[in-house]
Write a protein that binds this ligand. Structure first.
Ligand SMILES: Nc1ncnc2c1ncn2[C@@H]1O[C@H](COP(=O)(O)OP(=O)(O)OP(=O)(O)O)[C@@H](O)[C@H]1O
Ligand SMILES: [Mg+2]
Length: 355
């Protein structure tokens, strides 16, 4: 039995369905990332799990116990709200200590726990400040400390790192992961950021418009998205139409709308037939520079090279019908705008979906 069992969960606001028939099991000690665009229902799912809003239909069970009718404060759930919701009239220390005080823990124990947690989120020395005297990222870390200090059995984090700079964000990712492992706390973390999701979570749930689009391991979802929506969300910015020309076992030959021929592997065992309308998808990082013609090699004209630090992004025109082909290459210095370029879209990296 999973620690958290969500069954056919639906939430409506008037006529609008914000969460649509969501079913998800979260194992004890597991960390799940909920990933999806703005408005897809992530916060609403957390609010139902925490008990702040009731489902329209479906069920939630924690540790085998139905949560129907159980009020929020009896669920032993630690929550980090998207808007932090710090108490403005309380100091940093008191914000973090709040629920420990409600539990009537001895003073020294509260002090030790709060100080330990503040050290963890790197806010030592700021105990006496009020929220208005903190930056957004500092407020965010106070809220994180407040959610963690209770050592809850279930932790719900709604975009806990969204306001931090890149360096602190990575440090806090490592910390959250470490705390989560150490405490063995079952965790759902919401994020917009697919790289954050795959680096933190044991499994990733990708949502769109209230629906679950895919549940999988980080590498599964990142490398092999099962549908064009997830592919697009996971950074497969090259997504284009074609028609199946031939099928040989699991090898599918596709002609795209610009007349290029590609081989692709039917990785998801979809089962294609000649004449099927399909979509092909490939991540810019998986396209390789080529020397002359070959399987899955296309030729175009470099329109633009953008230096992005670790990689350079090359936009190639004349390959796809109405779009640029995006390629990311490390240490790219050999091509300039206007030059011809051969590029290989390796068959094992080219994903194919039925339209
Ligand atoms: N109390 C409410 N009344 C009416 N509609 C609501 C209410 N709460 C949320 N919604 C709508 O439900 C949908 C899902 O909202 P939700 O806050 O769960 O999205 P989200 O995935 O958390 O988005 P974001 O990434 O922007 O935080 C949105 O379209 C939102 O406008
Ligand atoms: Mg939200």
């Amino acid at each position: 039995m999973a620690y958290l069992e969500i069954r056919n969960l639906t939430k409506k606001f008037g006529d609008f369905t914000a969460v649509h028939d969501v079913t998800l099991d979260v194992e004890r000690g597991e960390m799940i990332a909920l990933l999806g665009g703005s408005g897809c229902g992530k916060t609403t799912i957390l609010r139902m799990i925490a008990g702040f809003t009731a489902p329209f239909s479906g069920s939630i069970a924690i540790d085998g116990k139905s949560m129907a009718g159980i009020p929020a404060h009896k669920r032993n759930v630690g929550i980090f709200f998207q808007n932090y919701a710090l108490f403005p009239h309380m100091t940093v220390f008191d914000n973090v200590a709040f629920s420990l005080k409600l539990q009537k823990l001895p003073r020294e124990q509260i002090s030790a726990k709060v100080n330990g947690m503040l050290e963890l989120v790197r806010l030592t020395g700021m105990e006496k400040r009020f929220p208005r005297e903190l930056s957004g990222g500092q407020q965010q870390r106070v809220a994180l400390a407040r959610a963690l200090v209770m050592e809850p059995a279930l932790l719900l984090l709604d975009e806990p790192l969204s306001n931090l700079d890149a360096k602190l964000r990575v440090e806090m990712q490592v910390e959250i992961k470490r705390i989560q492992r150490e405490l063995g706390v079952t965790t759902i973390i919401v994020t917009h950021d697919h790289e954050e999701a795959v680096s933190l979570a044991d499994r990733v749930v990708v949502m769109n418009a209230g629906h679950i689009m895919q549940i999988g391991t980080p590498d599964g979802v990142f490398d092999y998205p099962e549908n064009p929506y997830v592919a697009d969300f996971m950074g497969f910015t090259n997504l284009f139409d074609g028609t199946v020309a031939a099928v040989d076992g699991e090898t599918v030959t596709v002609t795209d709308t610009n007349g290029n021929q590609f081989r692709a592997h039917d990785r998801f065992h979809t089962g294609f037939a000649a004449g099927d309308a399909v979509q092909l998808a490939i991540r810019p990082d998986n396209i390789l520079p080529a020397d002359g013609p070959g399987e899955n090699v296309v030729t175009g004209t470099i329109q633009n090279v953008t230096y992005k630090g670790v990689v350079s992004r090359i936009d190639v025109e004349g390959v796809l019908k109405d779009a640029l082909l995006h390629i990311n290459i490390h240490n790219y210095d050999s091509g300039k705008a206007g030059a011809r370029m051969d590029a290989k879209l390796p068959a094992d990296k080219l994903l194919i979906y039925k339209n």
